[in-house]
Design a protein around this ligand. Structure first.
Ligand code: FAD
Length: 671
């Protein structure tokens, strides 16, 4: 129909939940390279209250990489302690068992925290707006209706092989369905006066007239459209897993109770059923109540059964002998979910699905939002580099090869946890194979915690991590034992060579799309180590060195591969002009040189010791744009060969005459 508008876009994101907004925020960082992204969502408003709220330390580290962690942490409630409660055989109620820290101490700078999904999305969207210079926004009330992939065009980098037909909905059509309204409180997504939010999200202001249609031709499409993903269905991917769904009741409010652990995460196993208590921001508390309802896949629980009274009656029974009232229920829901995983993640590496569209599981371990954001955090720097012309399309294969094993692991852990939670507790006298031993329960939860914190996730099946498996490049892991290849780069404090200010090392490398080569240059008090750094510098400054070879002239020299140096001599034993220019010390740039030395105000970070790097040998570490470790190697010619090999599989070589050459940088003569 010639009347229908036709447009082109590099990336179309369908769905603006946690997975969609992280995708958008990443791609906003590539607008500087001309990458154009649109985001559509069928709902008229974002989530105001309810839904997911659990942030694991890894997600907060991810926010840190976007430089928005501080805002989110300042509003969130950190969870410090998990308390286990079990049946008491004498009074028939519950009693406290063990208490453990909620986050394994020392594992991250951040601890598990809770903040409602709407606030988190708000901060991410603000960042997207800023990073895209105000050019990106969410188009709400937009329904995709058709999706076609032209497979013949898929190998052509310049083609737009995916066609998506969209329609602008009316406010009526796009307002979220709120489910049953038969309680005193609406179960759904309405604004609450207990949680602050912005007014501009409330008004529905479509940019185009209601009913308008458009055909969008996209190079890439990301389906981040939730558990019932329309994109997934268009591609014919199947959700595989459990045949039935568990039903959870969730209640948010400020409880009045004599239960002593109401401000701790409490896992309660009682003769009346199981519950998890999540202490939230302000004085809010969330109760996760396991309901004795199970429905077949595709079936739906009768929502009229789930009322605030029914949920509170169940909570009271579990709490016995303690009392609990929530005078003002802020949000409640019946949340039905099974453990399932999609059959495929991508079609021709042109249409991808992410988040709940790929995997669903119980809310018990609070992973929904974390896992969903981590999917697109993994995917979108790759798409960004392909579109910017820096990386070949083959890099996109690593999305599924990295994220599917994680999802399998997640679902396995969750299934185990959910089974333990739904099992009827038995008295210590009558353990049998059907029941749940409290010890088992605590042990599995404790083991699960380390996985659920997100900091131990390992991408082992990928060309983007040099771990020597399946014929891939190997790392010299022994040179930095505590920087495991394939896992996220752990952070320790270092000090700026220039002014003695202390930094967490990852705070010097905010995610802007660049890879970072960290040269742990060793003890610069020794002449031989200074000489070694000079040799490395010659290689990095040459036109065949990785920085020049993969960075086009019209990019910032540190835009694709950044180089940071962390030495461990005395900070005051060396002058900055003794560091080699221009790649290692670009004149006029003060965020490249650091030292593992004592700071004036925050002690000694002991980075070399914590990373287990020898002060004599040093090491070279390649950190990916998502702060995962790609390669650990030696600080010598062989190590530099490894760095060459690592990038040769991931980035596109720039023709010699178009390279960003170190020769174009004017060095300052030594005094
Ligand atoms: P979603 O957050 O589902 O976002 C998908 C987005 O896509 C939505 O904005 C939706 O409007 C949009 N969309 C959907 N279909 C289309 C379409 N055809 N076209 C355009 N846009 C579309 N997790 C917990 O950990 N704890 C909880 O208590 C909890 N409660 C939940 C309660 C409810 C009612 C729901 C729905 C989910 C809950 N979750 C909970 C799960 C958690 O919210 C998800 O795991 C997380 O939000 C997944 O993020 P996502 O971006 O993949 O998908």
């Amino acid at each position: 129909d010639p009347q229908i508008k036709n447009s082109n876009v590099d990336v179309l994101i369908i769905g603006a939940g946690p997975a969609g907004v992280i995708a958008a925020d990443w791609l906003a960082r590539f607008t500087k390279y001309g990458v154009k992204t649109r985001v559509v969502d069928k709902r008229s408003h974002k989530v105001f209250t309810g839904q997911a709220d659990g942030l694991n330390p890894r997600s907060i580290e991810m926010f840190q990489s976007f430089n928005i962690a501080n805002k989110i942490v300042s509003e969130a409630n950190p969870m410090n302690e998990v308390c286990f409660w079990a049946p008491n055989e004498s009074h028939g109620g519950i009693e406290r068992g063990r208490r453990i820290p909620d986050t394994i101490p020392g594992i991250s700078r951040y601890v598990q925290s809770v903040l409602h999904q709407g606030r988190i999305e708000r901060h991410i969207l603000d960042d997207m707006n800023e990073k895209s210079n105000g050019t990106m926004k969410i188009e709400r009330g937009v329904l995709p209706e058709t999706l076609e992939v032209n497979e013949e065009l898929c190998q052509d980098d310049n083609a737009y092989p995916v066609k998506v037909g969209i329609r602008q909905l009316s406010e009526e059509e796009s307002r979220p369905k709120l489910g049953s309204k038969n309680g005193e409180v609406e179960s759904g997504l309405y604004k609450s006066n207990l949680v602050k939010d912005e007014d501009d999200d409330v008004e529905f202001k479509p940019d185009v007239p209601v009913g308008d249609r458009e055909i969008i031709n996209a190079k890439y499409v990301i389906g981040a459209d939730g558990a019932h993903s329309w994109v997934r269905r268009q591609l014919g991917f199947k959700m595989q897993g459990e045949g039935s769904d568990f039903v959870w009741g969730v209640v948010d409010g400020v409880p009045i109770t004599n239960f002593p652990d109401i401000r701790c995460r409490a896992a309660i196993h009682s003769n009346a059923g199981s519950m998890m208590i999540i202490p939230r921001e302000g004085s809010l508390v969330r109760l996760y109540i396991q309901l004795n309802l199970q429905v077949d896949e595709g079936g739906h629980v009768d929502r009229s059964l789930i009322t605030p009274k029914m949920l509170m009656d169940q909570a009271k029974a579990v709490f016995h002998p303690y009392s609990i009232e929530i005078p003002d229920i802020m949000w409640y829901t019946g949340y039905q979910v099974g453990q399932r995983l999609t059959s495929e993640y991508a079609k021709n590496d042109r249409v991808f699905i992410a988040g709940d569209a790929c995997h669903t599981h119980s809310p018990k371990a609070g992973q929904g939002m974390n896992a969903s954001m981590a999917d697109t955090y993994n995917l979108c720097w790759k798409i960004g580099h392909v579109l910017a012309g820096h990386a070949p399309r083959s890099i996109l294969k690593t999305y599924e090869s990295e994220r599917r094993p994680f999802a399998e692991h997640l679902i396995m852990n969750d299934a185990q946890l959910a089974k333990l939670f739904s099992g009827k507790p038995l008295s210590s006298a009558e353990l049998n194979e059907l029941g749940v031993d409290m010890k088992d329960f605590e042990n599995i939860l404790e083991r699960g915690i380390s996985f659920f914190l997100g900091t131990s996730i390992e991408y082992f099946n990928s060309t983007a991590t040099a771990n020597g498996r399946d014929g891939r490049l190997s790392s010299k892991q022994e040179l930095a034992k505590n920087i495991p290849v394939g896992q996220r780069f752990p952070s320790h404090q270092v000090v700026s060579q220039f002014d003695g200010r202390h930094y967490h090392l990852v705070d010097t490398m905010f995610a802007d799309g660049q890879f970072t080569i960290v040269l742990f240059a060793g003890n610069m008090d020794k002449q031989v180590n200074r000489q070694r750094l000079q040799t490395i510098a010659q290689r990095l400054d040459s036109d065949d060195g990785v920085v020049s070879k993969y960075t086009p002239k019209d990019r910032q020299r540190d835009g694709v591969i950044d180089v940071k140096t962390v030495h461990c001599g005395g900070r005051t034993n060396i002058e900055v002009h003794e560091f080699p220019q221009p790649t290692i010390y670009p004149p006029g740039t003060y965020n490249k040189l650091y030292v593992d030395d004592v700071s004036y105000h925050a002690g000694h970070g002991e980075a070399y010791k914590n990373y287990d790097i020898s002060k004599e040998d040093g090491a070279v570490v390649v950190v990916r744009p998502d702060h995962f470790v790609g390669l650990v190697t030696s600080l010598d010619g062989a190590g530099m060969d490894d760095v060459d090999k690592y990038f040769s599989g991931l980035l596109k070589t720039v023709p010699a005459e178009q390279r960003n050459s170190a020769k174009d940088i004017k060095v300052i003569p030594q005094p």
